[in-house]
Write a protein that binds this ligand. Structure first.
Ligand code: NCD
Length: 329
């Protein structure tokens, strides 16, 4: 299912990666790599793939890196980019979200990038909108471009991910980043280990993912749930630490942040249990000293800044994919 004009998946929306085939992931990541390999002096000059498109960045939740990288991605492809930020409270009903879409459509929007605290908001927009929609994070549900940029960054250092052991560490239960990463990394053949305190680790996760084999190949998804950080890290090729929100403590899921840091924080001693040269990732924003020690976040194993930089080319590829399908329909 590859598009005609470019070797990109034929998808008008990017809502999640649960139904992506390995070939589609390959095509998108390879396209991002080609964009990244443009000579340095050309890479900030605008291309014209999105010329004539109006891209609306609709952010109902705070964001720095995701919003800025979508804005840069759109501009580097020649689109007109508009940023809309709104208080989450203004979109509590599906109806008002539909009204927003109709308004943006009347103003000529062809691409909507949406971030919302409501899981499913991008899907609802996609059903009401004639253009293309990219999910920039919805509730606890999905954050597909983050997972794509994580896969891109991992492949940069590790090569093919098949057979690699990748640990996702922390608040798995509330993490859209973890969810989308499981779909992408397992489809690329990696074994994903989900690790965190039992209150933040859905025990049924392994079975639920196993029930959804990889589309296209039919391969089983390799996901394990491991509450012991020492056992999880043993032999790991990469560790992705997740942000721990302070609200989790107020909700009674953790005793104290200090105890969390002591039991589950990624520090140098723990990282030493992983493979030599294992990579450290974090989607940001980080709480240094809580889920990750500053010496690890800024140490030699860290590719955290690279993740942010890679977000631009990966989002360029995602926007091109979506725009190609709008033109095609
Ligand atoms: C993540 C998000 O917002 O889902 N951050 C990001 O997009 N870079 C992770 C988080 O907020 O913890």
């Amino acid at each position: 299912m590859l598009g005609v004009s470019a070797a990109l998946p034929a998808r008008r929306h990017l809502l999640d990666l649960d139904d992506w085939t390995p070939d589609e992931l390959r095509a998108l990541l390879d396209h991002a790599r080609r964009l990244d390999e443009r000579p340095r002096r050309q890479s900030t000059r605008a291309l014209s793939t999105l010329r004539g498109h109006v891209l609306v960045n609709l952010f109902y939740e705070n964001s720095t890196r995701t919003r800025v990288s979508f804005e840069l991605a759109g501009k580097r492809l020649g689109a007109e980019v508009v940023n809309v930020t709104a208080a989450a409270s203004s979109v509590t009903k599906g109806e008002s979200l539909r009204d927003t879409v109709e308004t943006l459509q009347a103003l000529g929007a062809t691409l909507i990038v949406v971030r919302s605290h409501l899981a499913g908001a991008p899907d609802l927009i996609a059903r009401a909108f004639r253009g293309g929609v990219v999910n920039a994070g919805d509730g606890w549900h999905a954050h597909p471009t983050q997972a794509l940029l994580d896969a891109f960054t991992l492949e940069r250092h590790l090569g093919a991910l098949a057979g690699r052991r990748i640990v996702i560490l922390g608040d798995i239960l509330h993490s859209r980043v973890a969810r989308s990463n499981v779909w992408a990394l397992t489809a690329l053949g990696a074994a994903v280990v989900l690790c965190g305190p039992p209150t933040l680790l859905p025990p049924a996760a392994a079975a639920l993912y196993a029930a959804r084999p990889v589309p296209g190949s039919g391969a089983p998804r390799r996901v394990t749930v491991e509450p012991s950080i020492e056992r999880a890290l043993e032999g790991a090729d990469a560790v992705m630490a997740l942000r721990l929100q302070r609200e989790r403590q107020q909700a009674g899921l953790l005793p104290t942040l200090r105890e969390y840091a002591a039991r589950y924080g990624l520090n140098e001693a723990r990282l030493a249990l992983a493979q030599p040269g294992a990579l450290v990732l974090h989607p940001g924003p980080m709480n240094e000293g809580v889920e990750i020690a500053p010496s690890v976040a800024h140490g030699p194993a860290s590719v955290i800044e690279e993740q942010v930089a890679n977000g631009v080319v990966v989002r360029m590829a995602a926007l091109e994919m979506v725009a190609t399908e709008i033109v095609a329909t």
